[in-house]
Design a protein around this ligand. Structure first.
Ligand SMILES: [Zn+2]
Length: 391
């Protein structure tokens, strides 16, 4: 890889060249924000729309001369064009992934990452938090909920992201936050990978749950229990309501959720009528919508408030585990390596330093140091296997 020095006041085009040369990311020129009048047709641009057709540049980099030609062609009296980079793809194998936040303050979880961060020009505040990860792995998600319940967007495979120094529709330029330029870019942290859906995992889930329930369970055994339940009267509405939310949470399609609810309903001695099924579906959906601030039912609330006979001991409670891990890390002022290892081991368990190193994108020695520090502080979340000795 050739290195290009990036001056602190680099232009969007210089940032585009840097992304291409140093990281293998495809940059694309974009319309400047504003209104363009062409042949009597007025078009409003947000400043984020590529001027050219770009599907081919997910797999191939545009050449340097191509980039210079675009820069020249699309520079007008209004100024140089905006530039974006394609996310989730890279010719080096390490792609750009970005969390897009539209709030005045950045979530504490994201702040704790100390990775490359761009302040967007959005009035009221906006942030792009940059990460690297294996190319083609994480999908773009228009609504992603972080463990602290903040709602963000995730630009992954098949997404694009505006580069710093481009012009925002507000008239302000996108800028790197001081001290958080491209030189501090970090891999996707383990706590975030547990919130994301990988292209590979989505396939594995399908096969893993094929035995019992014919859809995706996201690892929740309670879905199997409701599916096989013999309980009828008194529990019918609650079962359908809980099931609909859990199925949407586990990313099943609408038509499938409807089908599954009807299947369960038919097994009741006295099935509910059409209106009641639709009501359970509708209420379940309202609660699962990304903009519902109370969030969907988790296993804890489903058992406590609705179906006390469910056994959720085998279900993943990742949100709770992540929260407690994060609080512990903050309380003890742990560094990023200890934090990453703690979170990963809390949510995924521990096999070996090697396996953890691979999952955390760290080397084995770093994991070993972090593990020993956590163990010395009494924060290691697992009982120690006999082969593992305290330092
Ligand atoms: Zn459960």
């Amino acid at each position: 890889m050739s290195q290009i020095l990036l001056p602190s006041n680099a232009t969007a085009f210089e940032m585009a060249l840097y992304g291409r040369e140093t990281c293998g990311w495809s940059p694309l020129p974009c319309h400047l924000p504003g209104v363009e009048n062409s042949g009597g047709v007025r078009t409003t641009f947000s400043g984020k729309r590529p001027i050219i057709c770009y599907m081919q540049y997910r797999a191939h980099l545009p050449s340097l001369s191509q980039l210079r030609e675009w820069q020249e062609t699309f520079t007008t009296d209004a100024g140089e064009p905006n530039w974006v980079c394609i996310t989730g793809h890279s010719t080096t194998g390490t792609a750009l992934y970005v969390i897009d936040t539209d709030t005045p303050e950045l979530s504490q979880w994201l702040q704790s990452c100390h990775t490359t961060t761009v302040r967007t020009g959005r009035p009221g505040g906006g942030w792009h938090t940059w990460f690297t990860g294996p190319a083609g792995l994480y999908r773009t998600k228009p609504a992603l909920e972080l463990p602290d319940n903040s709602l963000v967007r995730f630009q992954g495979v098949e997404g694009i992201i505006v580069l710093p120094r481009s012009l925002h529709a507000s008239g302000t330029r996108y800028m790197f936050v001081d001290g958080l330029g491209p030189d501090v870019l970090k891999p996707v942290p383990p706590w975030l990978t547990t919130c994301l859906q990988s292209n590979i995992e989505a396939e594995q889930h399908k096969t893993a749950s094929e035995g019992k329930f014919p859809g995706s369970t996201g690892g929740r055994d309670c879905i199997n229990q409701i599916w096989e339940s013999k309980r009828g009267k008194g529990w019918r509405h609650k079962q359908l309501y809980v099931l609909s939310q859990e199925l949407w949470n586990a990313r099943n399609k609408d038509s499938f959720v409807e089908w599954a609810l009807r299947q369960v309903n038919q097994r009741f001695d006295e099935p509910l009528d059409e209106g009641a099924i639709m009501d359970c579906m509708k209420r379940g959906w309202e609660k699962t919508r990304p903009d519902n601030k109370y969030g969907p039912l988790g296993c804890v609330t489903a058992v406590r408030d609705y179906l006390p006979w469910l056994d959720c001991s085998a279900c993943p409670h990742r949100r709770d585990m992540l929260k407690s891990g994060f609080d512990t890390a903050r309380a003890h002022g742990l560094g990023p390596n200890e934090q990453s290892v703690l979170m990963l081991v809390t949510t995924h368990g521990y096999k070996s330093d090697n396996a953890t190193a691979e999952a955390c994108h760290m080397d084995r020695a770093t994991v070993k140091n972090a593990r020993e520090k956590l163990q010395a502080l009494g924060l290691w979340p697992l009982p120690l296997p006999p082969t593992l000795k305290l330092p």
